[in-house]
Design a protein around this ligand. Sequence first.
Ligand SMILES: C[S@@+](CC[C@H](N)C(=O)[O-])C[C@H]1O[C@@H](n2cnc3c(N)ncnc32)[C@H](O)[C@@H]1O
Length: 209
Amino acid sequence: MTEKEYLHSHSTPMSDALQWLERETHIRTNHARMLSGREQGSLLSLISELARPSSILELGVFTGYSTICLAKGLAEGGTIHAVEINDELEDLIREGYCRAGIEDRVQLHFGDAKQIIPQLNCSFDLVYIDANKREYPDYYRLVFDKVTPGGLILADNVLWDGKVLQEPMPEDAQTRGIAAFNDMVAADERVENFILPLRDGLNIIRKLS
Ligand SMILES: C[S@@+](CC[C@H](N)C(=O)[O-])C[C@H]1O[C@@H](n2cnc3c(N)ncnc32)[C@H](O)[C@@H]1O
């Protein structure tokens, strides 16, 4: 038995809806590696269940795997706003939400996250950033005042395959965007944070006040 098989056989299994969505994502898209997957999805669910947010904002839905994981922790009557630029994914996303029984709790927005965030007139107890890597610093600036004191901002892919610590650092816009974001968070006295080296790195940020 491999380590991964052992870990999976001793952890809560994925729901039927998530297993279905992972399979369909492989069959119906060319970018299945973007899906957060079992380990990270379980962590997102756990964090959300501990925080019990009334309102969640997710930037970068892809096929909806992380929406389903995050929605698990929503407080009674809570809502998750999910933002995705690629509307070709809509049928698959909505089918997954229905199978997970969360369709009434999700508001799905199609468009550029930078345009949509300012249009959302509500506050968020939990924000998950997983959209355009070049724009993480902008997302942080745009969402910050909408996050409730004590609220959480989770940002995925913050190690960017190790490129943010390469010397010299690659010049591409994604690496520069992630590096600037990590620097910005580390220097921000309004938050405390911890980068968990799970998969491609998850920055777990808590707004202090
Ligand atoms: C890594 S995938 C998200 C994976 C998803 N969170 C999950 O865990 O399964 C990134 C997604 O962000 C979307 N995206 C990229 N740029 C965006 C933008 N400017 N606004 C909104 N979504 C964007 C992409 O279309 C893609 O579906």
